[in-house]
Design a protein around this ligand. Sequence first.
Ligand SMILES: Cc1cc2nc3c(=O)[nH]c(=O)nc-3n(C[C@H](O)[C@H](O)[C@H](O)COP(=O)(O)OP(=O)(O)OC[C@H]3O[C@@H](n4cnc5c(N)ncnc54)[C@H](O)[C@@H]3O)c2cc1C
Length: 383
Amino acid sequence: MILIIGAGLGGLVTAIALARAGLPVAVFEAAGSLRETGAGLTLGRGAQHVFRDLGLQGDVAARACPAGSLPFLHWRSARLLMGAPDPGDGTPDDGQADIVRHMYRADLQAVLLDHAARLGVAIHTGKRLTGLDQDGDGVTARFGDESIARASLLVGADGVRSAVRAILHPGDAPRFTGHVAYRFLVPRAAAAPFMGLGRSAIFIGPKRTFNRYTMQGGNVVNCAGLAETGEEVPEGWSLPASVAEVAAAFPDWHGDVTGLIGQAQSIIKWGLYDRTPLPRWSQGRVTLLGDAAHAMLPFLGMGAAMAIEDGWALARCLALEPDVGRALDRYEAARRERCETMQAMSRRQGEMTQAMDPDALVPAAVPMANQALMGFDPVAAGV
Ligand SMILES: Cc1cc2nc3c(=O)[nH]c(=O)nc-3n(C[C@H](O)[C@H](O)[C@H](O)COP(=O)(O)OP(=O)(O)OC[C@H]3O[C@@H](n4cnc5c(N)ncnc54)[C@H](O)[C@@H]3O)c2cc1C
């Protein structure tokens, strides 16, 4: 039995990929129920290849929409700095094109839960991992409710504050990056006066970026304002912010930005943390994936996509290599360099778009223009 800790996007994709490969798997999640959590996700091309390979693409594409050309606009004037205006309407495509897509996170979670259920994957909620022990034959996981579970392999897919990582690497903590994200949704009708520049846009200015795009068939606009801050803020879905606070963080910005902020009903404030790269993700019969292994800043919108690619690659390695140790070596060989590059590029993208004068932006130098990085197909590359 393979035990996955965490039913986030990475954990669920891993469980689906393992079950499709005929490997026995169970997921243990700390939350008492799998509540759908809301915000938009940019899902990179690598993740789309994984969805296709796992037979998820039809259901994903039915609820996602093409991301278009991701235009960068000047924070005050809305002058086009990079890319092209996005004339899309937010409606789904057939999922076949090799492109980035936007999707409501709760919709992706629902698709993954549905496929996991169809494959018979057991998901145990209310199971917070508190400890683990390894011996020659397997791993014993201990949970907060005093239950235990035994497995041949334990996968820590438990996010940026991973308990599994803390056990493997005591003293290694997430690093506050000095950034806060303000995340909110605006219904189509309320957003309409502020969408004249197209359905997606990333406004960039000194120490701030504001990203907005339509999703859910064009009915909802996802907004995320990223700002540098001196105040350390926790992460998660439960810390609210007022319209006044967000408006104060984006003063004098283009009217489409301030207009959308003015229409926000419920804003979540989210501190941004990343992780220092580890020399190894695996120890014995325990390994890490997704944010637990390599949490990164969201300036490239690639954190979830990396967790999804990791899950596919780990399952493939385990299907190909009966020996757990060799399978984990192969998994790390396939994934570490790409994830560490993406981590570093995400930080660099933040520095370029926030620390620099946008008028000095050199489009060819931004990581989004890097085809080898952004157009990578993990399925074709194999493990
Ligand atoms: C503002 C912002 C915008 C972002 N935008 C994008 C984007 O557009 N595109 C993109 O690809 N990525 C984006 N990301 C990154 C993305 O959200 C994460 O990289 C992704 O959610 C990581 O998935 P995961 O499965 O590794 O972890 P998570 O989604 O965090 O899942 C971890 C799971 O483990 C559970 N858990 C935690 N501790 C325990 C425990 N002890 N025992 C059992 N279960 C436990 C948690 O409850 C959770 O369900 C963004 C992030 C932020 C902050």
